[in-house]
Design a binder for this molecule. Structure first.
Ligand SMILES: [Ca+2]
Ligand SMILES: [Ca+2]
Ligand SMILES: [Ca+2]
Ligand SMILES: [Ca+2]
Length: 229
């Protein structure tokens, strides 16, 4: 009986130790999560998911970033021009559009990566406040090399002319930041205001005069040449 009683006492001590260990481990994980330094976007919210309350994009602070640097914020930094993260240390420095965005045409974009990793990006081509419409994801887990990467994407024929917004997310692994909202273990999010320019053919009156002038000059010189002959 004494032995059984002793075993019961030992197992109670062991159980208590296990409970204390598990509770401490959970508390430590919770503290680590709460204290993570995160990078957030700055596209206007609403409509775009930028703030934590809107399931905005966030990335654990790491050595995977776009451009020359990444900083961390306590929450998204939305403003009307997607420049809320540019104050102080401007870390929105990894993406350069070469030339203008025009409907139906390709655009070159230069993206600088701190390490080899994966890029996902979106442009709100119909300017309806989301990046969820068909063809709005312009890069899907595209592997980047360390340094400068020259990429291109097509602006859809039906893209809405005017101001809209783009989001670029970069991280270490494929699939880690393939959605435009939500948390990723590492990397960076950079949001940009972009302009889709008008490609309409100029009105007849604006092209008729130069064309008439050229034709007139051609006729004049041709006429003079024939008189000399
Ligand atoms: Ca930042
Ligand atoms: Ca950056
Ligand atoms: Ca959209
Ligand atoms: Ca920005």
């Amino acid at each position: 009986m004494g032995k059984i009683k002793k075993l019961g006492y030992t197992s109670r001590i062991l159980s208590m130790f296990v409970v204390v260990f598990v509770v401490s481990a959970v508390a430590m994980i919770g503290t680590a999560t709460a204290n993570r330094n995160l990078d957030w976007g700055d596209a206007p919210d609403p409509e775009y998911p930028t703030l934590a309350a809107s399931n905005g994009a966030s990335h654990g602070y790491s050595n995977y970033y776009l451009g020359e640097s990444v900083d961390f914020e306590s929450d998204g930094q939305p403003n009307p021009t997607a420049t809320g993260d540019d104050t102080g240390n401007d870390d929105e420095d990894g993406v350069t559009f070469v030339g203008s965005l025009t409907a139906g045409n390709p655009v070159t974009v230069q993206v600088t990566a701190s390490k080899s990793g994966y890029l996902n990006a979106w442009v709100d081509f119909n300017a309806d406040g989301d990046w969820g419409d068909p063809d709005e994801q312009i890069f899907e887990d595209v592997q980047l090399a360390t340094g400068l990467n020259q990429l291109s994407f097509d602006v859809p024929q039906g893209a809405t002319t005017g101001t809209t917004f783009a989001r670029f997310r970069f991280c270490s692994d494929s699939g880690m930041c393939s959605l435009y909202g939500g948390d990723a273990d590492n990397g960076e999010v950079e949001d940009y205001q972009v302009n889709i320019e008008n490609t309409e053919i100029p009105e007849f009156s604006t092209i008729a005069l130069p064309v008439a002038a050229i034709l007139g000059l051609m006729f004049f010189f041709n006429h003079r040449k024939r008189r000399k002959d």
